[in-house]
Design a protein around this ligand. Structure first.
Ligand code: FES
Ligand SMILES: [Fe+2]
Length: 402
């Protein structure tokens, strides 16, 4: 190997260079451990404060791995709280999921949250305030004891996180650590025009996270949608506690196709454009590279946050079992002000959709083939350092040392 070819192995020698076992991507036993030691103990991002704009606003987020759903409600005091969506009487669902699509996040607004079974009713702070025929319950019955069961809930930069542990081992700030500082200060709330794609995938959740954690695949998988665009490799890789982040830099194409060029002039809606700006906090692109395109990051365990000039987007992979997951992709820009900006944004959305379809198309194939057991290890390229770090952190949690 020539000098410079293993930049990240040299920067992070403690990660090693050995092949990485594939069993965590296929084993039901390892999945069961992940649920107990990771997903039920760490902070998980479940939404944005903008989804809960006023008192009584709620969002229902299924957490299938824990056989529950988090009911997020903004109280009349402005505080966002989270509860299990389970009635204190005989355990029915309090907010009943609407429609046939079980994976659609359900948002709305209510003055009271009334169980449809026997009409026990809760206020937006989760307290039980109404019980039918209350006098016929035993003499010591007292409503104060039977509020909704809370889930720990904290916010960071407008992102709402929950933690299912009875006593979380860390606060959200401690859990995010330097990663929270690295991504603080970006104007997430100003870029609030969002489009979302989501689907269930027949693969382990980590196969999804891994596919978005490297740029090694760009010249092959995205040869059509982003030809020769991101060919400078990862830059400014930072492994921050359980989390990881890197800059992805940009090789401008000599000539954009005419429609793309027109769309890029009208609106900053696409990543395939390089503008120097001041929106990014100083911790991002701290080397000041003028070919910086976007920051690619993985917040352990299942959330990827990417920020760029004028755009931010997220991917999240929710485990539904060892062999299935829910992928959610969300893309945020400033709301368009004119029809031509709206059109240009539509162009960017379609381009991004194509790229995400290219990405997600690999995931089920990888899982299907790994199930054969033919490949007990994966051999990682130096540019796949974030993937390697992910398994390093995973091992630590599975050993019970998370
Ligand atoms: S189960 Fe909710 S009121 Fe009876
Ligand atoms: Fe990709």
């Amino acid at each position: 190997m020539e000098a410079g070819e293993a930049r990240w192995a040299q920067t992070y020698p403690w990660l090693g260079t050995d092949p990485v076992p594939t069993a965590p991507c296929t084993s039901p036993e390892i999945y069961a451990l992940e649920v107990e030691r990771i997903f039920k103990r760490v902070w998980l991002c479940v939404g944005r404060v903008e989804e809960l704009p006023e008192a009584g606003s709620y969002k229902l987020k299924r957490l299938e791995f824990a056989s529950t759903a988090a009911l997020l409600i903004r109280g009349r005091d402005g505080v966002i709280r989270a509860f299990h969506n389970t009635c204190s009487h005989r355990g029915n669902t309090v907010v009943v999921p609407e429609g046939p699509d079980v994976h659609r996040d359900q948002c709305g607004q209510r003055k009271a949250f009334t169980c449809r079974f026997h009409a026990w009713s809760y206020n937006p702070e989760g307290e039980l305030v109404g019980v039918q025929e209350e006098k016929r319950f035993p003499g010591d019955f007292c409503k104060e004891r039977y509020g909704l069961t809370p889930i720990h809930c904290e916010t960071w930069q407008g992102f709402v996180f929950v933690n299912l542990a009875e006593t979380p081992p860390q606060s959200l700030t401690e859990f995010l650590g330097a990663m929270g500082e690295h991504f603080a200060g970006y104007p997430y709330h100003e870029l609030d025009f969002v489009f979302t794609y989501y689907t269930e995938l027949a693969c382990n959740w980590k196969i999804g996270v891994d596919a978005f954690s490297e740029a090694y695949h760009v010249n092959t998988i995205h040869a059509g949608s982003f030809p020769g665009t991101f060919s400078t490799g990862l830059q400014m890789v930072k492994l921050l506690g359980d989390h990881r982040t890197t800059a992805v830099c940009f090789n401008p194409p000599k000539e954009a196709p005419p429609v793309a060029a027109l769309a890029q002039r009208k609106a900053r809606g696409s990543l395939v454009e390089n503008v120097a700006g001041t929106m990014l906090p100083s911790s991002i692109n701290d080397e000041g590279r003028d070919d910086f395109s976007f920051e690619l990051s993985v917040f352990f365990p299942n959330w990827l946050l990417h920020v760029a000039e004028g755009i931010w987007f997220t991917h999240q992979f929710w485990p539904l079992g060892h062999d299935r997951c829910l992928w959610e992709g969300k893309y945020y820009v400033r709301a368009p002000r004119t029809h031509s900006e709206r059109w240009a944004l539509e162009h960017a959305i379609v381009l991004q959709r194509n790229a995400w379809l290219e990405d997600t198309a690999t995931m089920e194939g990888t899982y299907y083939a790994l199930r054969s057991g033919a490949k007990p290890h994966m051999v990682l390229h130096d540019e796949e350092v974030l993937v390697r770090h992910g398994y390093h952190v995973l091992d630590r949690y599975l050993e019970g040392a998370g």
